[in-house]
Write a protein that binds this ligand. Sequence first.
Ligand code: MN
Ligand code: MN
Length: 468
Amino acid sequence: MSKDEKKTEGQKLQDALSYKKKNYFEEADDAERKEMFDYAEGYMAFLDQSKTEREACAYAVSAAKAKGFTEYKLGDKVKKGDKKYFVNRDKSIVVFRIGSEDLEKDGYRIIASHIDAPRVDIKQNPLYEDSGMCFLKTHYYGGIKKYQWTAIPLALHGVVMLADGAKKEIRVGDKEGDPVFYINDLLPHLGRDQMGKPAGKVIEGEQLNVVVGGLPYRDKELNNKIKLTVLKILNERYGMCEEDFLSAELSAVPAFGARDVGFDRALIGAYGHDDRVCSYPALTAVLDNDSRHTVLAMLVDKEEIGSEGTTGIQCKAYEDLMEEIALSLGADPRRVRAASKCLSSDVTAAYDSNFSEVFEKMNAAMISCGTCMCKFTGGGGKSGSSDASAEFVGEIRKIFAENGVVWQTAELGRVDVGGGGTVAKFVAKLNIDTVDLGVPVISMHAPYELISKADLYSNYKAFIAFMK
Ligand code: MN
Ligand code: MN
């Protein structure tokens, strides 16, 4: 007798009627587990090359070129079958394929994710020397717990625009043999007062100064000799002088690379899973898979500070792009938008038994249970959320079921505990059905975040199903 035949009527009825989340590792056979692990390798290589939005954008450009995609500039014409990418100011990119379906009836299939991540940005007049060390002053970017960024190895990434208009790229700290940079913390022996402070005050914003030197320039007549040594090196290497910091975008990011976590290597630790763990599947889904639909992978900037500016998703450039594609194919952009569908692909908080008090377990994202849909985000009372309709959620659910996607739904934490937002509401505003879907993350916004290889791969499979 098989297991099922031994079941009572009640057990069978319960199986038929009840909902239970599934662990994707458990659901997957050995071949699929191997696919998960293999896919993770490519993702981790992408992470190590892409610690800023500029680097992620550059990675996407070369990956797109390698797959035969060509650059689209605003004003260009497109035709069915085209494979294109549109770069916005080197910080965001839309990779797209023109499908065979009638665009006015079928609309776009959009996967929108972001490639900026929380970090510590260098100020515009940052360099000073004090008591044997040279520092860069900073202003952090995005929602960070400031104390987490001290006493870890940091790398400096970014660009400097020199006085003559030349653009210099800086990237120091990740390569084998590179020096790293450092933010100081206080020793516990003198930390009694510090340890009594609320965590938000343990390290204050103006204490996030990055150590960049300690070697005095040999000249008895000078003050600020260490600063001069640093300036001399910057000048020799990048042709810059102190004033060039004024027109620079430099960021301190964690120097460590992505690594397998655990004896069984089921998890990945890395800087910037939020939101590259959605951007990479979005990019690879569109690059690697043909579709009858017109599909767009949007990898945008500035999500962590409100999606503002010329590279955030609120910028008209993306709307213009969609309008131009429509017009180029003889379709009415308004009708195309109304027929479009979007997965706003961003991470969510994974349930963590160490902090169970902030979660409501029935509606929390469980690690390894697949990519996670948030019907709505926002704070108490769903405020600030676009809240997808039951009809649209039903449509996506059907697509996932037909394609064997292991997935789950969740809210970000207990009601009234906190909240968060994504790009979903900005896309929804364009009259495009949109719902959030992304990977659950442990320790989100920390310098080293944790995700599951099962959830990464589920996200990729979900995107392919959505595009099919
Ligand atoms: Mn995010
Ligand atoms: Mn975030």
